[in-house]
Design a protein around this ligand. Sequence first.
Ligand code: MG
Length: 449
Amino acid sequence: MGLIFSVSGVRGIVGTELTPQVAVDVGAAFGSWVGGGRVAVASDTRPSGPMIRRAVASGLMATGCTVIDLDVASTPGTALRVRELAASGGVVVTASHNPSEYNGIKLLSSDGWALPAEQVEQVRRIWQQRGFDLVGGDQVGGVETRQATETHQRHVEAVLRIVNVPMIAKRRLHIVLDSVNGAGSPGTAMLLARLGCEFVHINAEPTGMFARGPEPVAENLTELCQAVRLARADAGFAQDPDADRLALVDEAGRCVGEEYTLALAVQEVLSKRSGPVAANLSTSRLIDDIARRAGCTVHRTPVGEAHVAQAIIQRGCVIGGEGNGGVIDPRVVPVRDSFVAIALICQLLAESGKKLSELVAALPRYAMIKRKLACPAERAGAVLAAVREAFAGQRINEADGVWIGLQNGWVHVRQSNTEPIMRLVVEAEGDRQAQELVERVVRIAEAVR
Ligand code: MG
């Protein structure tokens, strides 16, 4: 497919698409855009991490930036350090939930957020045009190195401040944690210990050789489900390699579905603090149900972490995130954070005294279906127009493709940034209704020529 430089950063297969030469250039482009100062750089546990991280660092130094080398760190941990160290920006070398032959370069702003799309585009243009502001030998930047443990500790401390630690610790929750051999492993173990949890840690070695499919979705979590049953645990937690997403397994060893991570985190936060919530348009209406019950509003944003983070800050949201298990609590850092999700879910379990399955059963259950529709980029506009027309008269949001609010569900169709496809997500009260909605949209899309 080739190297991708999209709104979510750079991604490619190491050795063919993502080479050290590419990484140096991306580093130099980001350094030129930042215009000097200190930039924090970290990598997840992939074996190619140190190679790419050092190449990015070289490019940054060549433009006069001082590199703060954080060694191995999670995405939220890095984001937090960018803020704490008052850096001009941050770089995380990670391909997130992609297999270990991939790597990527994710850019963070000086506030520690995912860099917004327009700004990523500015960096991409510098990279493409090779418009680097390289400095002379006497102005080249240096490197400050930091221990990886320091980032993990600082991150854990920040997360512990948002929950009632003695109350949670008293419950002695039994947890199975699956860190997928990723960057979250050491820090999350610290977090669970500090929360007084007794835990079994699987796929704990931070080797970057992922023992399961790295995306925390049901098909990859069979080992975790078994381990939860075997340990008679209260819950299972599954992270992705850069530890920004979290999936939950209930006490019976069942995957509860990725939408419930954010839903339960929102429920927990709104039980303590009133305020608006932000979520992207493809996130379940569970969030609306929970917010309505608490008398709070939900701001919907285009898909992409930076959009949600921006809405959280600009609208003063108390919590937000994405339905794929990405929870953002601005008290820690406006980035998706599996540590935050774990702390909030533990607090909810401890405080309610309920089983995870009971907490899930108390929420509505909707059917969500996600589909990719093959569609060349030049036809995307016509497909969106046809969908809009077919659902004329319904509630429509065009912030990102077309989102249609129906009586008992919704439809979201948008163009992919990286592939010649349209992404379709529908949610309805039941499987059959969801399936019918999917079929209806597919027919509309196929009729466009
Ligand atoms: Mg990730």
